[in-house]
Design a protein around this ligand. Structure first.
Ligand code: ADP
Ligand code: MG
Length: 341
């Protein structure tokens, strides 16, 4: 049996869903002019064949770090033939070998991927000097690298480095010798203010929604609830639009936004947890089972249930990360710290 119109979509709100997806690259990165100028000034020497300055970009999730970098790389490649830009996400490529293999494959260098890291690096450097290219290498989520010594090899090879992390202190454990060879410029990305977020979300609405599908005061409420994170803000819009369409409404209302906000924050938590280790997740879940728990009790409970013991130092590092990422709340002083979600 076939019913006409069974698969017709009742698009009452969304005109084009692409601006609401992660892969959409906005033409304007709003309110990031300062960071853009600064990053450009650090990388610019490369256009003249000189060595760029290395940069560390940090700030919590959804503040435009990866987008800004991607945008800048495209500009650089368009401006000059002297430069190869390569982007590696260290969460997907945690070992030096995986990182170098990724670079080699992105540049389509003909080599045997089974070679050792050192040999792959030699092939890579031979390629760059044969074609007289400088390379700028972006290492996103750099705190996931298993062995920071590779950074030393990279600077010695003359690559320009852009290191990116959610964690301001990502590089705190890096060997001093490596740190001084990097001599990093630091660029902070603060969370967007409500007004900045409003502009970003308004721009997306203009691209994605039918005319009149949402009002400015509602965009403001979405902006407020995004809490500085543009990924969350955009997800609130997308979800709210779908809720409205489910009800065949032609305009989004406040209830749709409120419901969407809960989903978006939930998505954010699971996305961030997804980037962390199994141990982080166990700790997070243990805290979730209690209203709050002292640091000592938490570590004790962790030890009773785990098959992968961690040292107290690692435990403290993981807890600091969970707090920095705002997945876990901490109060009390250092010795009597209490954790809750
Ligand atoms: N200033 C901005 N203007 C427009 N869109 C933005 C801006 N900052 C972030 N976004 C959007 O928010 C989402 C998350 O940005 P992203 O660069 O991935 O953040 P981060 O790398 O800091 O976690 C992307 O969809 C991006 O297009
Ligand atoms: Mg990112």
């Amino acid at each position: 049996m076939f019913m006409a119109g069974m698969f017709d979509l009742d698009a009452t709100i969304i005109r084009n869903e692409i601006p609401l997806t992660e892969k959409f690259m906005p033409q304007n990165l709003l309110h990031r002019e300062g960071q853009m100028q600064y990053l450009a000034s650090c990388l610019k020497p490369v256009v003249a064949g000189r060595t760029p300055r290395n940069v560390f970009l940090f700030g919590s999730t959804g503040v435009g770090k990866t987008s800004l970098l991607t945008w800048m790389f495209e500009e650089l490649e368009d401006t000059t033939d002297n430069v190869k830009t390569v982007y590696v996400n260290c969460w997907q490529n945690t070992t030096p070998h995986a990182i170098v293999s990724k670079i080699v494959s992105d540049l389509k260098i003909f080599t045997n991927p089974k070679k050792q890291t050192k040999e792959l690096l030699e092939d890579l450097n031979a390629y760059l000097s044969r074609y007289d290219k400088k390379m700028i290498l972006a290492l996103d989520e750099v705190d996931r690298i298993q062995d920071y010594d590779i950074l030393y090899d990279f600077t010695r090879s003359g690559y320009g480095l852009v290191l990116i992390s959610n964690d301001e202190f990502a590089l705190i454990d890096v060997d001093q010798r490596i740190k001084s060879s990097l001599s990093l410029e630091t660029v902070e990305f603060k969370g967007y203010t409500v007004n900045e977020m409003f502009d970003i979300l308004k721009d997306r609405c203009d691209h994605a929604f039918m005319v009149g599908a949402i009002t400015d005061p509602l965009i403001k409420i979405a902006a407020l609830n995004a809490d500085g994170d543009a990924r969350v803000g955009i997800e609130i819009l997308r979800k709210a639009a779908l809720f409205a369409e489910d009800e065949s409404k032609k305009i989004i209302d406040k209830e749709h936004i409120i419901k969407a906000k809960k989903d978006a924050l939930h998505l954010k938590t699971s996305q961030i947890l997804g980037t962390l280790t199994k141990e982080h997740k166990i700790l997070y879940n243990l805290i979730g089972k209690k209203e709050n728990i002292t640091s000592t009790d938490l570590f004790a409970e962790y030890k009773t249930i785990t098959t992968t013991p961690i040292s107290e130092r690692t435990y403290r590092k993981y807890m600091t990360q969970l707090v920095t990422l705002r997945l876990v709340k901490a109060d009390g002083d250092v010795r009597w710290r209490n954790y809750s979600l």
